[in-house]
Design a protein around this ligand. Sequence first.
Ligand code: GDP
Ligand code: GDP
Length: 455
Amino acid sequence: AAEEGFDPEEVEGAIEAAGHGPLPVLAVVGRPNVGKSTLVNRIIGRREAVVEDKPGVTRDRVTYEAEWAGRRFKVVDTGGWEQDVLGIDASVAAQAEYAIEAADAVVFVVDAKVGATDTDEAVVRLLRKAGKPVVLCANKVDGPSGEADAAYLWSLGLGEPHPVSALHGRGTGDMLDKVLEALPEAPAQTFGTAVGGPRRIALIGRPNVGKSSLLNKVAGEERVVVNELAGTTRDPVDELIELGGVTWKFVDTAGIRKRVHLQQGADYYASLRTAAAVEKAEVAVILIDASESISVQDQRIVTMAVEAGRAIVLAFNKWDTLDEERRYYLEREIETELGQVAWAPRVNVSARTGRHMEKLVPAIETALAGWETRVPTGRLNAFLGELVAAHPHPIRGGKQPRILFGTQAGTKPPRFVLFATGFIEAGYRRFIERRLREEFGFEGTPIHLSVRVRE
Ligand code: GDP
Ligand code: GDP
């Protein structure tokens, strides 16, 4: 590497950064209007979250990537769901519950000017039960005079209240230092303790695509319910289900089975639940209703799973209802609307008739194998050498950026770092990704490509 003009330490660092593996998850929970979204904006350092959104407006995302003091993590923002027919307590509890379930640590936001309310106390009970590390954020402390308000929050019994002004940034750095202390390096519940246990599947898809029908079909009488959080309003529950002679863990099946009728915020609630399930899973089985046009909502769910870096299987359900014409149009729609996951294995099933249920497990296994694939550095560089020689990067401004070498920094999903002499254009990156897939497979998995440019 050194003779190519890269400092070996820089190479080392780049490989480590790119191969970070799954990121730990931080959930930001609390009552409406305490400043959760404002705080999330602060943490991610962008204006991307959605303070000005109206209640109930569908949001694209609930999970964001963030970095503080050189450490990366994900943030789950629960600010989008304001209230619903269940009443404020139940709705705050339910959203907090899903966020806490997915998280490795929690920031609990309280409005220090208002003080602790009964609803806050209810969330404290949930937090105690979950046993996750909690950092208490006493928000809206915009100046020194508010510090006394913050001190009152010791009464919640969650340890030191951290006085913060999410709006102005006051105190957020100190609080984030505490967050990093609370947050494990890697998501324990997802990839640490469970190694060697059953593989984890998230069965996701928009309402009415047939998730609970499919689950009932595959589960039969076999299922074992695990990991119950008793006594809460809506229990996230995982189920062990034997399929194809192997035991799998279907995560958050309670969310699938329970028919939640919400008006305001229902979409947001569904996407929060989906995000939580995806975070806990290794592979996402995305169910799509083949009898209807592929919708923006379907695409959002696909994007969520891709961005989370999970193995992906596409299952087109209700195949029993399709006539020849619909089949024709479906194929066109898949090409135009689902191009971003053209690499995902696909099964055409019917939860009603049981059609092709036996194809589900091989597809899942294929996706997991792609997700775990590791290409030896020698093979990768032989491949890159030939590729670059045969298809050089286009010349820009009289210069031709060249890829010197590369390495696979991590798996689950596969992550590559390429070292180059100049900026590599998006089109050429896509070309490399396509050729990598042709050469090495990677069926059913997103691929991360990062490029380091020699100074
Ligand atoms: P969420 O419902 O918990 O996500 O709350 P938002 O982030 O939407 O904030 C609710 C309101 O409180 C907005 O008008 C914010 O501008 C305001 N707010 C948030 N943080 C602070 C703060 O630190 N100080 C003050 N004074 N206002 C804040
Ligand atoms: P979920 O909201 O995704 O859990 O969807 P459900 O499992 O509740 O199914 C929604 C509706 O679609 C129900 O009326 C099911 O009977 C129906 N349904 C589910 N799978 C199939 C299928 O494969 N074929 C047909 N014809 N209907 C289905």
